[in-house]
Design a protein around this ligand. Structure first.
Ligand code: SF4
Ligand code: FES
Length: 551
């Protein structure tokens, strides 16, 4: 007989291999077998306090010729190491009776407020009630009333709904090391609380909202904003810092409602910073540039779309045909944006200077005890933009050097500048250095530079386009477009394609990130864009399966 190299375990009649050290629940989850669980989370220590994952386990008894024997008590699968030859039953009458008892106990004091609870639709208490609950309550006494608490700037606690899994407490102890949360009191009167005078206020604080398996911890920002079943989910990448954190943008009818972490063990594990979670608000800022504008006689007014595009491209085309053009690509843009803009200017002008736009930094990188790092660099793609531009020129300058060139003897006739920062980025120093040169600007917010430019073209934010970012660890990650761009905004890649087509008198092409990455690899020796780009591991768009019904 050929020896079996890996240990194996039988769960509900099927045999699965496992790595030594794995718990039974981990083996089950890895093999997509559902065992109900509340307190277990792969990113936290195991406490086995909710008791819903208990199962009947039979194991070989070495004192009895390795004969398979039942272990007298049900065992918590989250805390019991898988053993070779074990046989586990999670659907036996004993296991089901335990699941029903735990659900009954948890629901004794739980308010029936699903219709007004934000968690409804993604609540494990709801899901497990449906699957493992009794269906009727035998508790006719008065339910225990628990308070609502304001835990910090991001998080509310509706203590009535808490099931005391302690995930939130362990998060602040083990992941952030800030220990703001604690369990106060005993038995049915236990409460989650903060220490007096100390708010739940750290860079990762809102992760406890995702961790809470029920609707006890609530996001102040998302409170009563949307029913979760109306939200569409698009996998994306942090578009605000150099972390490359994997995220899901949740949106409905062209509006983003929230951003959540997407699990990636190689990048952000299960967490994101509050900065990444809430930093998207500028996408829907009403002051955003929304329509192309061309400097006319006087005053400088946006012209009416769709003539606006024609006029903007015509004026930009003349400006880019100058003898010496400088292209400054913002680190907020994608690699594809950078590539198509660089290709456009090299096709139009005899001499081109390439620069990377300002890369904002705030403080220093901060690493938590769990190893999670908050990045000081507040731009998603400084490395990717440089990587692409360096295929067009051996001398790509950074922002400070570019300003130095503008102040010095550089003979630039036209500047093609890009911004796309979440707020005003233009300094008086930069404006002064530009002098009276012709400026074509692609940007998102009105700035002094927009007032001063010959042509202003509105760019789409990262949630409104697809592309690739290279993070601080040189990992290339592609992301999808979550929502349509507002008004007349377009991605810089699309603007470059449209402008090139307008100047050549051809029909414009629709930007396709995959095709562009192919061109980058085949024409400009950027083969890594074919081989090394990490695509989202999940389906690009998950549609809500619920329709709004007129009543
Ligand atoms: S608030 Fe939520 S995460 Fe914290 S112990 Fe209660 S149920 Fe668990
Ligand atoms: S998940 Fe196992 S006891 Fe809670």
């Amino acid at each position: 007989m050929i020896p079996h190299s890996m240990p194996s375990i039988t769960i509900n009649g099927k045999v699965y291999d496992f790595e030594k050290g794995q718990m039974i629940l981990q083996v089950a989850l890895d093999n997509e077998i559902e065992i109900p669980h509340y307190c277990y989370h792969p990113g936290l220590s195991i406490v086995a306090n909710c008791r819903i994952c208990l199962a009947e386990v039979w194991a070989p008894n070495p004192r009895n010729d390795n004969k398979l024997e039942p272990i007298p008590k049900l065992l918590p699968t989250c805390q019991t190491a898988a053993g070779d030859g074990q046989v586990v039953f999670t659907e036996s009458p004993k296991a089901i009776a335990n699941q029903q008892s735990v659900m009954e106990l948890l629901l004794i004091n739980h308010p029936v407020d699903c219709p007004v609870c934000d968690q409804a639709g993604e609540c494990y208490l709801q899901d497990y009630s449906y699957q493992y609950g009794r269906g009727v309550s035998r508790f006719h006494e008065q339910k225990l009333k628990q308070p609502k608490k304001d835990l910090g700037p991001r998080v509310l606690l509706y203590m009535d709904r808490c099931i005391m899994c302690t995930r939130c407490v362990r998060f602040t102890q083990e992941v952030t090391g800030t220990s703001e949360l604690l369990v106060d009191g005993r038995g049915a009167h236990s409460q989650i609380d903060v220490f007096p005078g100390i708010a739940l206020d750290n860079e990762l604080s809102a992760n406890v909202i995702d961790l809470c398996p029920v609707g006890a911890l609530l996001d102040k920002d998302f409170l009563f904003q949307q029913r979760v079943w109306f939200l569409r989910k698009t996998p994306s990448i942090d578009g605000l810092t150099s972390s490359g954190d994997n995220i899901t943008i949740e949106h409905n009818k062209g509006r983003v409602y929230r951003v959540k972490p997407r699990t990636n063990p190689d990048v952000n594990t299960w967490w994101i910073t509050d900065e990444v979670r809430y930093g998207w608000k500028f996408i829907h800022d009403e002051t955003r540039l929304a329509i192309p504008a061309v400097r006319g006689e006087d005053p400088f007014e946006p012209v009416e779309a769709p003539l606006a595009w024609e006029a903007a491209y015509a004026r930009a085309g003349v400006a880019l045909g100058a003898a010496h053009v400088a292209l400054m690509v913002s680190p907020m843009l994608t690699c594809e944006d950078a590539y198509l803009l660089a290709r456009l200017v090299t096709d139009q002008s005899e001499k081109v200077t390439f620069a990377v736009g300002p890369v904002p930094r705030i403080g220093q990188d901060k690493t938590f005890p769990s190893g999670f790092t908050v990045r000081a660099e507040k731009a998603p793609n400084a490395r990717g933009v440089r990587r692409v531009l360096e295929k067009f020129s051996a001398n790509v300058v950074d922002y400070d050097a570019f300003v130095g060139q503008l102040r010095g003897t550089a003979t630039f006739d036209t500047l093609l500048l890009t911004g796309n920062y979440p707020s005003d980025w233009v300094t008086d120093d930069f404006l002064e250095a530009i002098g009276d040169r012709t400026v074509v600007l692609i940007d998102t917010f009105p700035t002094k530079l927009a007032e001063r430019a010959e042509v202003v073209i509105p760019g789409a934010t990262w949630a409104e386009k697809a592309g690739t970012f290279e993070n601080v660890n040189n990992r290339l990650q592609a992301f999808e477009r979550a929502i349509d761009a507002i008004d007349y905004c377009k991605s810089e890649a699309q603007i470059a394609l449209d402008l090139a087509a307008a100047l050549a008198g051809e029909d414009p092409q629709v930007f396709n990130p995959a095709t562009t990455r192919q061109q980058m690899a085949l024409v400009h020796e950027l083969s890594e864009f074919l081989t090394d780009v990490h695509l989202p591991a999940v389906a690009p768009m998950v549609d809500s399966d619920m329709e709004m019904v007129e009543v």
